[in-house]
Design a protein around this ligand. Structure first.
Ligand code: CA
Length: 220
């Protein structure tokens, strides 16, 4: 699954810019436009990281940070305040990093990736059968070569790996990977499975389960 990032930011233009660029490099993003909505989202969804603006109406970023901290979700503060005092306060409160507006997109992506890397040390690379998956860079290696997968093929592969030896319904796969609650097209899942089998030469591992869907078989 994609890593999920919550953007808490009251300025739509900035939120859109962050959302667009993080989505482009493979993250899933949600946008909360105030602190209360941010808290609601954090309560109901699972996030890998929160980008938190400090100057928010009603509940400030610092106040929301108090709420987030016990949950051990990494936080990067975003703010126009560039003073050393604010920076120190943010870091003391448990933020993992700090971005000062205006920031470049490259800087944003680099900081997000670096914080996630720190948090996911050790669980970043997954070995299964004859491949290695780097979950942060979303790259797949087989026999020391990179296997080029589309975003959806990668998501599908990772989902199969996480659910290895479990027969998965086509409908469930579709809902998870295409993030759509309404199952419409059978062929989409089948087509992507075929592509994966071919690219990885995994015909014998990705089994078709009659009347159900598919299963990645990994014998221990
Ligand atoms: Ca603001």
């Amino acid at each position: 699954m994609k890593m999920r990032i919550l953007i808490v930011e009251d300025e739509r233009a900035i939120a859109d810019l962050i959302n667009m660029n993080l989505t482009r490099v493979g993250f899933a993003c949600d946008w909360a436009h105030n602190g209360k909505q941010g808290a609601d989202y954090i309560e109901t969804n699972k996030y890998d990281l929160v980008l938190l603006d400090i100057m928010l109406p009603e509940i400030s970023g610092y106040e929301l940070m108090e709420y987030i901290r016990p949950m051990k979700i990494p936080v990067i503060f975003i703010t126009a305040k560039g003073s050393v005092k604010d920076k120190v306060k943010g870091l003391r409160m448990g933020a993992d990093d700090y971005l000062v507006k205006p920031f470049s997109i490259d800087e944003l992506i680099a900081r997000v990736e670096s914080v996630l890397r720190r948090y996911h040390k050790g669980m970043q690379v997954v070995h299964v059968l004859d491949i290695q998956i780097d979950t942060l860079s979303r790259t797949v290696m087989q026999n020391k070569k990179i296997i080029h997968l589309t975003h959806k093929e990668y998501d599908l592969l990772y989902y199969l790996v996480q659910n290895q030896n479990i027969a998965l319904y086509r409908e469930t796969i579709y809902e998870k990977i295409w993030e759509d609650s309404e199952y419409r097209e059978t062929r989409t899942v089948d087509l992507h499975i075929q592509r994966l089998r071919k690219k990885l030469n995994w015909n014998e591992y990705i089994k078709t389960i009659f009347k159900i869907g598919y299963m990645l078989e990994v014998k221990s």
